[in-house]
Write a protein that binds this ligand. Structure first.
Ligand SMILES: Cc1ncc(COP(=O)(O)O)c(C=O)c1O
Length: 401
């Protein structure tokens, strides 16, 4: 059976991150895992909290009937109640369990939301650089992703967003802490965004949904916090997962929280539940719904990421590579250094990432996030790997000049 031509095209043009990840696996087989500095993918190297294993062991030994059966498509009521408690704390308003829909990771939750809201030719805005899979997720449901450049410091460019809003704009995705920049949007930026959307509504009668994608909400540096969204814009949802904070990316467990003040909250919730079903997810994984209901507030030592960030930034300083200091998440977004001997290579992120490979360093070109001239390093790798990469970075940067 031939593959659809447009899927063939998309497969070749999509995700630099996955390509690099797969190249990393090959290089590790060839050279040995400790000889490859693989900063390609956001696959956390911290182990999940010990309680995850304890709960799993208890569940494995349990004789409770229907432990592995279907449950309501939105998820187990006790899991939804636990997530509602979490969201209520984060947002500073009471969110009832009925406004939570469990999802198959943040990606699955995002797809359920987009399926629920998009009509053909609708547009979804995002501030670039951005997590590139959004392009495919929006396209999955007949929409078009419109990218709006951020300001130089990677904060939201509210004027540019205002200029990009059209009668077709259905939603805007905000991701804070951001992948790939580590930027956290301030409460003032959220308020300014809400004001802009209100002006757009007054002018066009069109309401834009804010979709906050927040899988990195807990991974913060230097006493930073993530501002709440729900009090500022009623038409809003949060999609997230336990992939990054609890190091459970392979278990595909996340959820959507719907703002209880949204005038269409019930209809939107029902549509997201429906979308979860008909997209073939049916429901989020049963066992891990039970795990996160008990483990969502387990303490995790994120200072281990701070330590990796500090070591990697000091290595980059020595190598003369500049970067945006991350406020959260575990990515360093770095500027491709100048290449004085071949000026046409200056700013060529794909050429620079190819160059880094010669030193067994894997990073992802910024064009994979809608921002050429930059590259991303994911430092959710072992401390030894970060430390041992120093000579390779210094040599690679020196040979690039
Ligand atoms: C910004 C962002 N959103 C969503 C996802 C997908 O997360 P999940 O694995 O929970 O689907 C990722 C994964 O890296 C991400 O970086």
């Amino acid at each position: 059976m031939p593959v659809a031509p447009y899927i063939k095209d998309l497969m070749t043009s999509s995700s630099f991150i996955r390509r690099m990840f797969e190249e990393g696996i090959q290089m590790k087989t060839q050279f040995g895992a400790d000889k490859v500095y693989d900063f390609s993918i956001g696959n956390p190297d911290l182990e999940p909290p010990a309680k995850v294993k304890t709960v799993l062991q208890r569940l494995a030994a349990s004789t409770e009937p229907s432990l592995h059966g279907y449950m309501p498509n939105a998820g187990y009521p006790q899991t939804r109640a636990a997530m509602a408690q979490k969201v209520s704390i984060e947002q500073g308003i009471t969110v009832d369990f009925s406004r939570i829909v469990m999802g198959v990771g943040a990606a699955g939750a995002m797809n359920s939301v987009l399926k629920a809201i998009l009509s053909p030719s609708d547009e979804v805005l995002v501030s670039a650089p951005f997590f590139v899979e959004y392009t495919q997720y929006v396209r999955n449901h007949g929409g078009t992703l419109i990218t709006v450049p951020s300001k130089e410091d990677f904060s939201l460019d509210i004027t540019a967003i205002a200029g990009a809003l059209t009668s077709k704009t259905c939603a805007i995705i905000i991701n804070s802490p951001n992948n790939p920049t580590g930027k956290i949007y301030t409460e003032d930026e959220i308020i300014a965004l809400a004001r802009t959307l209100e002006q757009h509504r007054e002018k066009t009668g069109k309401t834009v949904l804010i979709i906050a994608d927040e899988p990195y909400r807990e991974i913060l540096y230097d006493n930073k916090t993530v501002a709440p969204l729900f009090p500022h814009w009623k038409d809003s949802v949060i999609v997230t997962s336990f992939a990054k904070n609890l190091s459970l990316p392979g278990e595909r467990i996340g959820y959507t929280a719907i703002n209880p003040s949204c005038p269409d909250a019930q209809e939107l919730t029902d549509a997201i539940i429906y979308a979860t079903r008909v997209l073939g997810y049916v429901n989020a994984p049963a066992t891990f719904q039970r795990v996160v209901a008990e483990c969502w507030n387990e303490p995790v030592d994120y200072s281990l990421y701070t330590q990796r960030r500090n070591i990697l930034t000091s290595i980059l300083d020595k190598a003369g590579i500049s970067y945006a200091a991350p406020e959260g998440a575990f990515y360093l977004f770095c500027k491709v250094p100048q290449c004085l001997s071949q000026p046409d290579r200056s700013g060529d992120d794909a050429a620079f990432c190819d160059h880094l490979k010669k030193y067994r360093i894997l990073g992802v070109p910024g064009r994979g996030f809608g921002k050429s001239g930059w590259f991303r390093l994911a430092y959710c790798v072992s401390l030894a790997s970060v430390q041992n990469s120093e000579a390779a970075f210094i040599q690679a940067a020196s040979d690039w000049k």
